[in-house]
Each structure stands twice: as C-alpha cells, then as structure tokens.
Design a protein around this ligand. Structure first.
Ligand code: KIV
Length: 251
C-alpha cells in the first residue's frame, strides 16, 4: 500500500479499472493496470439492475472469486455492497468474506460518517480504499448522479470527509463526480492518493468502469468517459456474421 503513496510523491499517476470475471481481470492484469476493482457497478453492467442498490454480499463474493483467479500482479479490491457495512462488526465480517474470496483490500462508500467501520476493518489487517463524493449506493436518496463540490458547503464537507478517511489509514480514496477544482484541492490536501472518476485530471489516479472504457455497455455511457473501443459493435457484428453464415451454409 506504501507503493501508492510513493507513486503520489513521485507524481506518477495510478491506474484502476473494474473487472468482475476471470478473462477481464486477467486481461487488465496482463496489460499492467495498478488496481482492479470488483465494483458493485456490476449491479448495472453485469446483472442489469438500474443501480447498485440491489447488489448483495453474496453477489460480490461470487464475482470477486472469479476475478481473483485472473489476477497475479495488480491489487485486487473488493467493493462492499450496500447494507454490508451498516455497523463496524458487520463491516469486518463482510470485508473478511471478500478477502476470503481473493480480494487483497476492500472499498466502501462514505466519509466521516463511516470512520468507525473503516477503522474496524483496518484493525483486522485488511487494507481499505475510501470513496467520497457522489456515492452511487445513495443515488435514490440523492435523486441522481449529481456533481459534488460545487457549493462552499459541499467543498467544506468533502474536505472534512477526505481528512477523516485519511486519518483512519485508508491507502487511497476514490473521488466520484467531484468538481475538478475541488478534486484538485482534496488531492493537494492529502498524503494518500486520490483516484478520480469524473472528477477532472488533477487526481493522483483515475478509475473507470471497464464496460464504459471499452464500449461494452452501449445503452449508457457517462458524459466524462471517452471510450477507447466499441466492443458492443464487435459483438453485434460477430453475432450477425454467425447468424448469416449458419443460415446460408449451416456451419
Ligand atoms: O462500483 C464501482 O465500479 C465503483 C467505481 C466506479 C469507483 O465504485
């Protein structure tokens, strides 16, 4: 975990992507990614739910096991799903389940309000990645995926959350959909790396949902993503070619 602080000190950016299965995790690992997150975003891009609020700990354990088989080098982080860390004891037992499934660290959403849970997990020797800003598990209460850190009150709250999670000993913190200037200020204020998603270019690293990066979920792409591939188009093309070939020649 110290390596990530060193990368920050040296000004070297940290790269992180999501994976939920063996081949994707192995491909990302072989490509040199620093961190692989088995994110609860799998609720949308794998399970077809509207958001992450129906994902269970059993789901996360299942997909973490699959991804772990493909990872040799990157840090594999398991995401704690909603209501799996409502109190410190539950947080520890859920984090242990992800570690038993192959994760080397866990991530959970929340700032100052979740210090007790984070401290309890770290006290068990399990590294934690924080996650502040827009919190997808609260999307229903929030009424959508809105940018955080635009008003002074939000900036102050985010700086407080960032300082609170850093103090617990997390090795890095995700900043999700935070206004660019606020993300820059948080990044400057912390010794641990910030890993941004939709939070501008001034974070110490970047994370994306791999399906967004490779164009595998074409029905919705967040505004801040520039896809590097169009895998959905390739799948459609290959499927149609197979249909044509089978219907015409039978092979
Ligand atoms: O679930 C997820 O994939 C995440 C990242 C996008 C940060 O939390």
């Amino acid at each position: 975990m110290q390596d990530f602080r060193e990368l920050k000190k040296r000004g070297e950016k940290i790269t992180a992507l999501t994976a939920y299965d063996y081949p994707t995790a192995r491909l990302l690992d072989e490509s040199g990614i620093d961190i692989i997150l088995v994110g609860d975003s799998l609720g949308m891009v794998v399970l077809g739910y509207e958001d992450t609020t129906q994902v269970t700990l059993d789901d996360m354990v299942h997909y973490t096991r699959a991804a772990a088989r493909g990872v040799k080098r990157a840090l594999l982080v398991g995401d704690l799903p909603i209501h799996s860390y409502d109190n410190p004891a539950q947080a520890v037992s859920s984090a242990r389940a992800l570690v038993e499934a192959g994760a080397k660290a866990v991530k959970l959403e929340g700032g100052a309000s979740h210090v007790a849970q984070i401290e309890a997990i770290i006290a068990e020797g399990i590294p934690v990645m924080g996650h502040i800003g827009m919190l997808p598990q609260s999307v229903r209460e929030e009424g959508g995926y809105k940018v955080k850190g635009r008003t002074q009150a939000e900036v102050d709250a985010l700086l407080r959350d960032a300082a609170a999670v850093e103090k617990t000993g997390v090795f890095a913190v995700v900043l999700e959909i935070v206004a660019g200037e606020t993300a820059r200020r948080i990044t400057e204020a912390l010794a641990i790396p910030t890993i941004g998603i939709g939070s501008g270019s001034q974070c110490d690293g970047q994370i994306l949902v791999t399906h967004d990066l490779i164009g595998l979920f074409p029905w919705f792409t967040p505004k801040f993503v520039s896809p590097e591939a169009r895998v959905a188009d390739d799948i459609r093309r290959a499927t149609q070619a197979f249909i044509r070939r089978t219907k015409s020649a039978g092979i």
